[in-house]
Design a protein around this ligand. Structure first.
Ligand code: NAP
Length: 275
């Protein structure tokens, strides 16, 4: 198989990436960063986000695997001490995969005729640093609310355990075809009124954010951000493309959530209360 191994710059990730490459070569695979069939990211969920953006123009040909050099992640199924088992699974690969929805972000800028398109694995936000943003928010082209506050976040189900969760969003099972919008510090008074709860929209719906004409908004798409361009509107919808992960073993999503967010605290409670 043609495989790209991408590690983050940390020493541990680089060491694990080197060992993994050697093991893959010894098993007869080819290392190919241009046209890989399999992309293995070594680091954390953040490293997998980077790998996704590097190959997001060839998603129909590529499956992803994440190796975590710390704890297990939401995109990272394998730990760094499991390289022999991982390589064995790749040797026995039969093309099995699981796919998850992505967020399509279409941005109309004041100074550009055609919209710019981006794909997001976690979320996209529109924010402003010191000042508040004023936007009208439409669902399916119908005005839903007028927002004033720090910003808006729209997340995929897999992104629901990242920034969206810190904003009070619900954790969504990644098999759901849905998008979640959360507010970032909305102002609610007699003049500005928003729902003030996260909302989850259906697969055939879309969210449009029409910004007032300030030039200093920050638009983020996962770990990337752009500043100081005047944005007319942003249209968020579920993308046609999906991300595919090579799935060699099953891990219950809610076990992963428990492990990541409750972990020892939960275990301690069980021990203390005998439950
Ligand atoms: P990063 O190091 O790539 O990620 C920041 C943290 O978020 C890391 O601990 C990372 O886990 C974790 N993470 C990433 N995707 C996740 C997911 N789907 N579920 C659960 N945890 C996830 O940092 P970055 O390059 O600055 O930004 C990338 C991401 O950071 C954004 O997409 C956003 O979700 C998140 N972010 C969060 C906040 C917040 O919670 N207040 C604010 C801004 C940005 P690993 O340690 O496994 O890499």
């Amino acid at each position: 198989m043609r495989i790209a191994v991408l590690g983050n710059p940390g020493n541990q990730s680089q060491r694990v990436a080197t060992e993994l490459k050697q093991r893959l070569l010894a098993s007869g695979h080819t290392l190919d960063e241009r046209q890989p069939e399999l992309v293995i990211s070594v680091g954390g969920d953040g490293t997998l986000l980077n790998s996704f953006h590097r190959y997001n123009h060839q998603l129909d040909q590529v499956r992803f695997i994440g190796v975590h050099t710390g704890h297990l992640g939401f995109y990272t199924d394998w730990r760094d001490y499991e390289l022999p088992e991982l390589v064995q699974s790749i040797n026995e690969d039969q093309g099995q995969s699981v796919s998850y929805p992505l967020l399509s972000v279409a941005v109309d800028y004041q100074d550009q005729e055609e919209p710019s398109h981006f794909l997001s694995l976690n979320e996209s936000t529109i924010r402003r640093n010191a000042l508040t943003i004023k936007t009208d928010i439409y669902i399916r082209d119908e005005l839903f609310e007028s927002f004033r506050g720090d910003g808006i976040c729209v997340a995929t189900p897999t992104g629901s355990t990242a920034y969206s969760k810190s904003l009070g969003g619900a954790v969504l099972h990644p098999r759901l075809e849905a998008l979640q919008m959360t507010e970032i510090a909305s102002i609610n008074n007699r003049v500005f009124r928003t729902l003030s709860s996260p909302i989850v929209i259906a697969p055939d719906e879309w969210i449009t954010i029409k910004a007032s004409s300030a030039a200093d908004y920050t638009l983020t798409v996962d770990q990337m951000s752009s500043h100081n361009r005047s944005i007319k509107q942003i249209r968020y919808s579920i993308a046609q493309e999906r991300i595919r992960f090579a799935k060699y073993r099953h891990m219950h999503f809610w076990s992963r959530v428990e492990d990541a967010f409750l972990g020892n605290a939960q275990q301690e409670r069980r021990l203390t209360h005998g439950i």
